[in-house]
Structure formats: C-alpha cells, structure tokens
Design a protein around this ligand. Structure first.
Ligand code: SF4
Ligand code: SF4
Length: 242
C-alpha cells in the first residue's frame, strides 16, 4: 500500500469524500493497528451500551509503551483474517457515530507538539494519501477547518490534548514505568471509567486536590467523569511525585 503525506494548514483545501458506492469501501478498516485514546473508549463503550470493563476485555489488547512506561490500548484484531476491525460490517462501520478519533479524522492526521516552557500546544494536520483510497477523486473541496467541524473532531481533540498533557507530565515527574499501584489507578481512571466512578462514589477513594464542582459533575456525566479522571491522575499521581 503506497502512501504520501502532505502538510496542510487550517485554511488549506482538499478534495475528499468517502461513499459506500466506491470500490474501496471498507478497505481502510482492515490491516488495522488502531490505538485508542481514553475518549475513544468512552464513546465506543457507550455506543455499544456496555461497561468500560467489558469493552476493554472484549475488544482490546494492552501493552506497556516502551517510551512512556504507560499502558497502551489497541483494538484487538485477528491477523489470520487480515486484521479487520471488529466493528466493520458489509454496510460500513457499526459504531460510525462514535468511531475513534483517527478514523474520524482520516484522511487527515492531527499532529500536536507541546512547548516545554509555556506548555502551549501547537497543532497541524497531514493528509495521508493512500493509493487504495478512491475518496480523493470524489466529492467537493473543503478546508481542513470545515472538515474538523463537519466530522465532529473537536471534542476528541480537546480530550486527547488532556491525555497529551498527562503524558508530558508523567515524563517529567516519573521517568520509566509506574509503580504497581499508580499503574493500576492510571489505567482504571483513564480507560476503565465505569470502575473508576464506582471507586470514587461507592468506595470513596481519596479525591485529593480536585475541584469539588468537577467531582459532583463526574457523578452525572461521562465526559465530566473523564475530565475529572485526568485531573485526578494529574494531582494524585504525577504532581504528588514531582
Ligand atoms: S474512500 Fe477511503 S476512507 Fe472511504 S471507504 Fe474508501 S478507502 Fe476507506
Ligand atoms: S471503527 Fe469503524 S471506521 Fe474505524 S476502522 Fe473500525 S469499522 Fe472502520
């Protein structure tokens, strides 16, 4: 599969439209090596109507990132059957409304870097032009900015930026692998959010230096719960250690 990458700024235009009538339909949902962010998992498990624990057990594989020492979650696929996504059907993606950020952003990829001193993020987009994908010959032109809005990418970007902040903080405060307890809490808070909610509201784990309004909101709304989890991990694992 040949591909080339073209950097685009927010107002650059590109022509692309995916459609079930194209001969390449579903071709992009095989040969997967799909990383999942905490927000991807939240959206997918809610789409499927299952708990975060069931989602992780049924659909994902986990390993420890060699550079970050943090858990890395990927969609589990079977190489013997072409590493096809478990959510693809003959009529398309069965979790389309809540598909992961990278599927949603395709044929673009978002790249973000963080300034060490100011902590400010800067982003840019790359267009991934793969020869098998016929979407580049299809549809109208749009700007990158229009694509982000149209595909509902913004909420994913905001949550994924919080994850980036956590990874950067972790690298500064705890180089290498986390201790067993911190690793367990990190994974539960960010990926197994239903278990985390149960821990904080039924079993009463220390909420530490976390805003009380955020704590109350976390009991009522999954997005607020994940934002609370990022804040909890930041204050109770990484800032404590620095
Ligand atoms: S046009 Fe591209 S994104 Fe759409 S189905 Fe074909 S390969 Fe996938
Ligand atoms: S989640 Fe949907 S869009 Fe993404 S690879 Fe799977 S079937 Fe394709």
């Amino acid at each position: 599969m040949e591909e080339n990458f073209i950097q685009l700024s927010p107002d650059d235009k590109f022509r692309f439209s995916c459609a079930s009538s194209l001969l390449c339909f579903n071709e992009c949902c095989r040969d997967l090596n799909q990383y999942l962010t905490p927000y991807d998992i939240l959206r997918l498990k809610n789409n499927l109507g299952i708990s975060s624990g069931s989602f992780l057990k049924t659909y994902t594989s986990e390993h420890t990132g060699p550079e970050t020492g943090l858990p890395v979650i990927t969609l589990r696929t079977d190489p013997a059957s072409g590493s096809i996504c478990p959510f693809v059907t003959p009529s398309g993606c069965r979790v389309y409304a809540d598909r992961p950020s990278s599927c949603r952003t395709y044929p673009l990829a978002r790249l973000v870097s963080r300034n060490r001193e100011s902590g400010n993020l800067s982003e840019y987009y790359m267009m991934i032009k793969e020869t098998h994908c016929l979407g580049f010959r299809n549809g109208e032109e749009q700007t990158v900015r229009e694509w982000i809005k149209e595909e509902g990418i913004e909420p994913y970007n905001r949550m994924n930026d919080m994850m980036m902040e956590i990874i950067s903080l972790k690298n500064q405060s705890i180089p290498g692998e986390l201790d067993v307890k911190s690793g367990y809490m990190f994974r539960m808070a960010l990926y197994d959010t239903d278990a985390f909610r149960s821990q904080i509201f039924s079993k009463g784990i220390e909420t530490g230096n976390v805003n009380k309004d955020d704590f109350i909101a976390a009991g009522q709304d999954d997005n607020a719960l994940l934002r609370f989890a990022f804040s909890w991990v930041k204050h109770n694992i990484f800032l404590k250690a620095s």
